[in-house]
Design a protein around this ligand. Sequence first.
Ligand SMILES: [Zn+2]
Length: 63
Amino acid sequence: MKKCIICSVPAAFSIKDSSDFYCQECAEENFDSVEYLQKIEGPYDGAPKIPLSPSDAGQADLI
Ligand SMILES: [Zn+2]
């Protein structure tokens, strides 16, 4: 887990062209805009979403 270089909490952003990491709070303090920052994707962000029974909408088995 990357840590904020200022307060050592888990970092949410990395700096482009740099190996510095910042948390949300410190990033906002040190940069007027987060445009210079790259958001670090959390380990769970890429989890696939489970679709909600798509067949239910179009297929009704009427007895
Ligand atoms: Zn911080």
